[in-house]
Write a protein that binds this ligand. Structure first.
Ligand code: F6P
Length: 324
C-alpha cells in the first residue's frame, strides 16, 4: 500500500483528533501518503479529501471534537452511495482506509469491504464504550471525567437543599458511562439498560436510604434505561410515591461529548492509531484495533459490532455495597 485515507464518522468523541494524528504520523513514519476525508462516510461519497502530512496534525492532540468533522451518513447505507465512495477512492489512488467511529461506522465499513474487497481497519471512537472486543473506546474516559465533575457540582447543591437529583447521562444502549461515573461520583442508585431495576425497587431503595440518615440523593440514569427513557415521567412518579425529597432533573447531554481528551484517551488513541497502520501493513482488513488487558488486539468487525452486554456484574455489586 502507498496511500491511506483516514476519516471520523458517527458521534464525535474526545481523542479522535489524537487518533487521526497518530494515523497521519504513522503513515509518515512508514513513508506512506495519508489523505484526510472530511465529514466521515458522507465526505467519502462526495470526495471531500485533503492530503495530510505530519505537520497538518500539529497542535491537535489536546483538542476535543474532530478536525476532520463527522457525520452520520444515510447515503452510505445505499448501494449507489457506496459505489460513489469506491469511485472516489479509486480516482484518488487510495489503497486502504482507517475509519474511526462506533458500531454504525464498522457496520458500513464491513458491507463496503464485502462489496469491493477494499482494505479497511477501524478504531473504536465513541464515548459510549459499547464496542465488543475492546476494553475501552476512545473518548469514554474523558466523558466519564466530565460526568463525574458535573455530578460533583450537583452534589454540592443537592446537599445544601436536601434534594434528590436524577442525572441523565449518555450511552444510547449501554450503561457503561452511567455505571462507572455513578460509582465514581458516589451515586445512590444507577439505572442502566442492561439491568431493569423497576420503579418500585427504586422507590423502596430511596426510602431505605432516607431512613438510614441520608439527606440528599443522586440517581444516575442512562438515557437508554427502560424506566429512565422518560426521565421527566420518572421524576413525577418519584414525586408521587416519595414525600421525603424534593426531586430535580438534570440532563447532561452533549457536554459529555466535548472537551479536551484525558491523558488516558490521548495515549489510547495514539496506540490504536499506530496499531491501525501496523495492521494494514500486515495485510489485514475488516478488523478493529482495540485494547484488551492493556495489549493492542485486532478484532474482526463482525465481533466488534455484536452488541454483547459487557457490563461487569462485579461493578454492579460494588455500586450496591458502596451506596449502603
Ligand atoms: O453514540 C454516542 C452518543 O453520544 C450516544 O451516547 C447518544 O445517544 C448519541 O450519540 C447522540 O447522538 P447525536 O449527537 O447525533 O444526537
Amino acid at each position: 500500500i502507498k496511500r491511506v485515507a483516514v476519516l471520523t464518522s458517527g458521534g464525535d468523541a474526545p481523542g479522535m483528533n489524537a487518533a487521526i494524528r497518530a494515523v497521519v504520523r504513522s503513515c509518515a513514519y512508514h513513508n506512506l501518503e495519508c489523505v484526510g476525508i472530511y465529514r466521515g462516510l458522507q465526505g467519502l461519497i462526495e470526495g471531500d479529501f485533503e492530503l495530510l502530512g505530519p505537520r497538518s496534525v500539529k497542535n491537535i492532540i489536546n483538542r476535543g471534537g474532530t478536525f476532520l468533522k463527522s457525520a452520520r451518513s444515510q447515503e452510505f447505507r445505499t448501494k449507489e452511495g457506496r459505489q460513489k465512495a469506491y469511485d472516489h477512492l479509486k480516482n484518488a489512488k487510495i489503497d486502504a482506509m482507517v475509519v474511526i467511529g462506533g458500531d454504525g461506522t464498522f457496520t458500513g465499513a464491513n458491507i463496503f469491504i464485502n462489496e469491493f474487497d477494499f482494505p479497511i481497519v477501524g478504531l473504536p471512537g465513541t464515548i459510549d464504550n459499547d464496542i465488543n472486543g475492546t476494553d475501552f473506546t476512545i473518548g469514554y474516559d474523558t466523558a466519564l471525567n466530565t460526568v463525574v465533575e458535573a455530578i460533583d457540582k450537583i452534589r454540592d447543591t443537592a446537599n445544601s437543599h436536601n434534594r434528590l437529583f436524577l442525572v441523565e447521562v449518555m450511552g444510547r444502549d449501554a450503561g457503561d458511562i452511567a455505571l462507572n461515573a455513578g460509582i465514581g461520583a458516589g451515586a445512590e442508585e444507577i439505572l442502566i439498560p442492561e439491568e431493569n431495576m423497576g420503579k418500585d425497587r427504586l422507590i423502596s431503595s430511596l426510602k431505605r436510604s432516607k431512613k438510614s440518615g441520608k439527606s440528599s440523593s443522586i440517581v444516575v440514569v442512562a438515557e437508554g434505561d427502560q424506566i429512565g427513557k422518560n426521565i421527566l415521567g420518572l421524576a413525577d412518579y418519584i414525586r408521587k410515591h416519595l414525600d421525603e425529597y424534593e426531586v430535580k432533573v438534570t440532563v447532561l447531554g452533549h457536554i459529555q461529548r466535548g472537551g479536551s481528551p484525558s491523558c488516558y484517551d490521548r495515549v489510547l488513541a495514539s496506540r490504536l492509531g499506530v496499531g491501525a497502520i501496523d495492521a494494514l501493513l500486515d495485510g489485514q482488513q475488516g478488523v478493529m484495533i482495540g485494547i484488551s488487558h492493556n495489549k493492542i488486539v485486532r478484532v474482526p468487525f463482525e465481533e466488534a459490532i455484536k452488541g454483547e452486554n459487557k457490563i461487569d456484574q462485579d461493578l454492579i455489586r460494588v455500586a450496591d455495597i458502596t451506596s449502603v
